[in-house]
Design a protein around this ligand. Sequence first.
Ligand SMILES: Nc1nc2c(c(=O)[nH]1)N[C@@H](CN(C=O)c1ccc(C(=O)N[C@@H](CCC(=O)O)C(=O)O)cc1)CN2
Length: 284
Amino acid sequence: MSLCRLVVTCPDRVGIVARVSSFIAEKGGSITEANQHSDLETGRFFMRYEVETRNMSVDSDSFRQAFACIAKEFDMQWQWRDGEQRRRRLMIMVSRESHCLVDLLYRWTAGELDCDIAGVISNHEDMRSVVEWHGIEYHHVPVAADDKTSAFSSVEKIIENSQADTIVLARYMQIIPPALCERYSGQIINIHHSFLPSFAGARPYHQAHTRGVKLIGATCHYVTQELDAGPIIEQDIQRVTHCHTASDLVRLGRDIEKSVLARGVRWHLQDRVLIDGNKTVVFS
Ligand SMILES: Nc1nc2c(c(=O)[nH]1)N[C@@H](CN(C=O)c1ccc(C(=O)N[C@@H](CCC(=O)O)C(=O)O)cc1)CN2
């Protein structure tokens, strides 16, 4: 097994850390990274342990079986992710803007993103050559304004057949239907090109330029039915001035979008992001 991750959320109470850490020690596991958080407003507790398991007396299935008793006692939602189960499969979705897609493909090629890329879905043909150059399957699924239902049933079938467990909207400019949001709740990551909640929706840089902002930003968030309102994973900003045109904001924003999305995806792949209602706990 070697390195495994234990991720837990449960109602907060005294004794959780003591019980879980002593259980891991009893099985011969060594906790190499420990993160925890108590949300005093909601009374929820969040934990993420990385565990070196080479000296453990049990395998992953036996660990899960034994830990289930503790999980039941503390009403935990939990995951024990070992090497085999740990590697996620990403489906990337893109429209016409290439910068976030190309940045993710570069980082994946460089080994920065510990995942498989199951494929790329786009409503345009523009990105086919760069995707296929990386040896990744490209799915062109046009979205007709008057028939989005059939387009997204094709999208859902492609995602299902690819066995992807994480979907990354790398400037994909179509609204994901409620059913797909529900089915992949907490598994669809979007990069919005503004510092949310400011300038949600379309053309945020032009909205920002009209408003005369002195900061622009980008937001990586989980996708929900409500547009650009899902749990925020990561954000960043950059100063701008009256000298910058709307096109300047678009150009300057690209670098922020790429880095914010990459951090958000990487933390998700490492099980560092735990959803807390419409917020997140990020053990970065
Ligand atoms: N269900 C959700 N879908 C999407 C979300 C989300 O939070 N929930 N984020 C958006 C990203 N986005 C801005 O970042 C965005 C994309 C698309 C639109 C929009 O109005 N699209 C039109 C079509 C536009 C076109 O054809 O070019 C539409 O879908 O009718 C607004 C914001 C991704 N999806």
